[in-house]
Design a protein. Structure first.
Length: 285
């Protein structure tokens, strides 16, 4: 079985920086690429702050923090990914942007390199067919915040080779995550079950089933969930949920995947949750 040693990450945003951090923390030489020096500096700063918080909380030693930072190399040049064994794409959730990125990677990576996407909603098969190596392509869907969340959905297509799937799954477990195998359906496992639940909560609120606070409290105390659906929607981002729901509705054509009018209105009004200061709850105070 091929061994994954050097890891490349495309994108140093919220997800990409987290993936780079956990890869480097597990001892992998890691190259993270951004499209501009400004975005790269911002992402590298995010990694450093995350590691500092882990040290402050006693979850990581200072020596391990320093070693992790030394293992991460930031760049704006795609060519610096040339000798990576695994490259994980974590750029904006846009099919066209991802396709353009894969096209630019063509001819840069070594023949044996595995390419993975961290997409949460787009189908892996469609992405794979935009690359020069569909048999060496799969999905590795991490969850936010990456350093904390244990799960990674490992998504194979009809074309993904057994060797690539096994190597990717072993790598995921080697960095301290729990891997689950998922079929290449829009939403995979988690979002396929989670998104309809969140959308149904919005519809229940629209229909007057209960207040925001009472619905959240009912799901927390009645089902043991760590947070209620509206708190979770605000945390994830209403725009993110709306975007994913539309993609899933396009594939499945079932009402349970269709975003409600209220969700659409809130996105249009820029009430996106915590990141905008207001969603279902007000975070501006």
């Amino acid at each position: 079985m091929m061994k994954i040693e050097k890891v490349g990450v495309l994108g140093c945003g919220l997800m990409g920086s987290g993936i780079a951090e956990v890869a480097a923390k597990a001892g992998h030489a890691t190259v993270v690429r951004e499209v501009s020096e400004e975005l790269l500096e911002k992402g590298m700063g995010r990694i450093e702050r995350s590691l500092d918080r882990a040290v402050e909380k006693g979850k990581l030693g200072e020596e391990a923090r320093d070693s992790t930072l030394q293992s991460i190399h930031g760049t704006v040049d795609l060519k610096e990914l040339a000798d990576c064994d695994l490259v994980i794409e974590a750029i904006v959730e846009s099919l066209e942007e991802k396709k353009r990125t894969y096209e630019a990677l063509s001819g840069v990576l070594k023949e044996a390199a595995i390419v993975a996407s961290n997409t949460s909603s787009l189908t892996i098969t469609e992405l794979a067919m935009a690359t020069d190596r569909p048999e060496r392509f799969l999905g590795l869907h991490f969850f936010n915040p990456v350093p904390v969340m244990k799960l990674v959905e490992v998504v194979r297509t009809l074309l993904t080779s057994d060797e690539v799937f096994a190597a990717a799954r072993d790598w995921v477990e080697g960095i301290g995550k729990e891997a689950v195998a998922a079929r290449d359906n829009s939403g995979f496992i988690v979002n396929r079950l989670l998104v309809p639940y969140l959308l149904d909560a919005v519809r229940a609120y629209e229909e007057g089933v209960g207040s925001l606070e009472d619905i959240d409290k009912a799901m927390q105390l009645g089902c043991g969930y760590p947070m209620g659906p509206f708190t979770l929607l605000d945390f994830v981002g209403l725009d993110t949920t709306y975007y994913i729901a539309n993609i899933m509705f396009e594939e499945y054509r079932e009402k349970r995947f269709a975003p409600s009018p209220l969700l659409k209105q809130m996105v249009l009004a820029n009430r996106l949750g915590r990141k905008s200061g207001r969603g279902f709850y007000d975070y501006s105070k």
